[in-house]
Design a protein around this ligand. Structure first.
Ligand code: ATP
Length: 565
């Protein structure tokens, strides 16, 4: 653990991507297979591999309790160092550094020992589990030196803060074991376990990486288009000349990946968490499909053959036991892709073929095929868009018939056309007390979009959240304040919001150079991380296209479609 902590410290000390990559590559070469697997997971800032299914669930207060206990510091001292750094890891470093009675004999902290401790802590559930977790934290922190503690805490809170993206780790693995980075990336897409990929890279068997049932992988995503013409123009620009594009309704629900092996059934969310118990009414029809399969689709709240607003579904997601809402907020799943069938990986087959295989399954009941058609030109696409809206859906997802399934990629193979082009995913960077009955809560938030590695502010919102959500966020903001400016708290950039607005305007008030007119919060995007928010380039594109489309044809084509000149 000491070496890993030193490497992480060195990585955070340089901004050069090449230097970071080389530091990691040199380190990885020195490890045993077991250490390599664990170290790579920790280098992604996570205690367990993505898609592994385990979660530590060690709350902030449990870490703090253990830290105070081991360091002997007072709560006040902790508050002070925390406010200075805005980071619990750095606070742990300071407090352990200052502790009066450092232990004479510490058990050296190996990576397998940390892994075993994490496994024990994750395994504790139900009554008494909090105590097991605090005891686990206490043992880890007592054995750790200050630098180890700093990074242990950061791994436990999944916030490494050293500027090492997973893409760079993939490059380091490629360099360490002299294999092409494209092979490393592909293997990682398929198995969603970078540690396992690193071990395979070392042994030269990356080509054996394949989809595995009950090991979820990242979803293929779509690029935004603003007009029907743009969908065709982008396709042509890529040198593709499809006769037609596949067009599906864009359902406004939650993305889901279903794995089934004939007996076991698992539903995974976009964050690769298992959400099977949340949707009991889907289980029967998903099992009835038979076969061993992995399918991709959207779960939506659905009543009387129409989608009901996402907020209803959100209500269900918040419940541990959804049974009392199954009647009032029933769900269905619209399946639109099939990635694995009876031992065969279909990912590299053209979409048209995958969908044919999907429709060969006995879909029905609560598991239906997504509404689909084809479009040969922008005018057709525009009327299909209006029809999808009339059915109560968000818009269209337009897919190239030849597209392969590319996990985790947002590309132009799939494009989305929405009515409300005016929503952005942003991250909260500051929160402030509201007025009147909201004076005691942090209800007014300042948010930012991404510009390269930096975050630039673009607006402030006061409305759109429920009182319960505001209360929950207030608690989170209080615990994750990095700088307390009195009324305003600068907070860790972690909470992703989807905001709607009427227009983008130029503005000197915000760092981005733009502002949103009448911004309102549509929902909290728990399923997204700050890495996935919209970028300044997206804002510029919206600024340039606004007023032009709203999902319809550009003014020129709209006129000609109506026979006007
Ligand atoms: P949004 O915020 O617009 O929902 P997103 O950022 O969550 O988009 P994108 O990949 O950009 O994700 O947009 C595609 C999303 O639309 C998918 O993640 C999926 O949840 C949803 N979706 C709904 N219907 C479909 C469909 N027929 N095919 C693919 N994705 C669909």
């Amino acid at each position: 653990m000491r070496r890993l902590a030193e490497v992480l410290e060195a990585i955070s000390g340089t901004t050069s991507k090449i230097a970071k990559r080389d530091l990691v590559a040199d380190y990885l070469k020195t490890l045993t297979d077991e250490e390599l697997r664990i170290a790579c997971t920790y280098l992604t800032g996570s205690p367990f591999p993505a898609g592994d299914g385990r979660a530590l669930n060690v709350g902030w207060s449990a870490i703090v309790e253990a830290l105070l206990d081991v360091s002997g510091a007072t709560g006040e001292a902790l508050d002070q160092v925390y406010l200075r750094h805005g980071d619990l890891g750095a606070a742990a470093y300071d407090l352990l550094h200052q502790r009066r009675h450092a232990p004479l004999f510490r058990t050296p902290m190996t990576l397998p020992a940390v892994d075993a401790a994490f496994t024990r802590m994750a395994g504790a559930t139900g009554k008494g589990s909090r105590q097991v977790k605090i005891d686990g934290m206490r043992t880890l922190l007592s054995d750790a030196d200050p630098l180890e503690a700093k990074y242990l805490v950061r791994i436990i809170t999944s916030d490494l803060r050293v500027g090492l993206k997973e893409g760079l780790l993939e490059e380091a693995i490629a360099k360490a074991f002299d294999v092409p980075v494209t092979t490393v990336r592909r293997a990682n897409m398929l198995v969603s376990d970078i540690g396992m990929v690193a071990v395979m890279a070392r042994h030269g068997n990356l080509d054996q990486a394949t989809l595995t049932l009950f090991r979820p992988f990242h979803f293929m995503l779509a690029e935004t288009v603003f007009t029907p013409e743009e969908a065709f123009a982008l396709t042509r620009a890529d040198g593709d000349r499809p006769e037609s594009l596949l067009v599906e309704d864009k359902y406004d629900g939650i993305r889901a990946q279903v794995h089934h092996d004939g007996t076991r059934l698992a539903i995974y969310s976009r964050t690769l968490d298992e959400i099977t118990p949340s949707f009991p009414e889907l289980h029967g029809d998903l099992r009835a499909l038979g076969h061993r399969y992995i399918l991709d689709g959207e779960i939506i709240a659905w009543k009387d053959e129409r989608a009901i607003p996402f907020s209803a579904l959100q209500q269900r997601l918040r419940r541990k036991d959804p049974s009392d809402l199954v009647g009032t907020v029933p769900v269905v799943m619209f399946a639109f892709d099939l990635l694995y069938l009876d031992g065969e990986v279909l990912m590299d087959r053209p979409l048209l073929e995958r969908q044919k295989a999907l429709r060969g399954l006995p879909l029905g009941g609560a598991v239906q095929s997504a509404m689909w058609t084809v479009a040969d030109n922008p005018e057709q696409l525009a009327s299909q868009f209006r029809e999808a809206r009339d059915r109560g859906n968000e818009g269209l997802v337009i897919k190239r018939p030849t597209s392969r399934y590319q996990p985790g990629r947002r590309g132009r193979q799939w494009m989305k056309l929405k009515e409300e082009l005016a929503t952005l995913d942003v991250v909260v960077v500051a929160a402030e007390h509201g007025h009147g009955k909201r004076a005691s809560v942090l209800s007014d938030v300042t948010f930012a979009v991404r510009n390269g590695d930096a975050l630039v502010t673009i607006g402030k919102a006061y409305s759109g959240l429920t009182d319960v959500e505001i209360l929950e966020l207030t608690r989170w903001f209080q615990q994750h304040t990095t700088k307390d400016l009195g009324r305003v708290k600068i907070v860790e950039p972690n909470i992703v919001l989807e905001v709607a607005f009427d227009a983008v305007t130029r503005s000197d008030r915000h760092e981005s150079g733009y502002a949103l007119r009448f911004p309102r919060i549509k929902r909290i995007r728990d399923d997204k991380t700050a890495d996935e928010i919209n970028t300044l380039d997206d804002v510029k594109r919206i600024f340039e296209h606004q007023g032009e489309s709203r999902g319809g044809l550009s003014p020129k084509l709209a006129k000609s479609a109506k026979g006007e000149r």
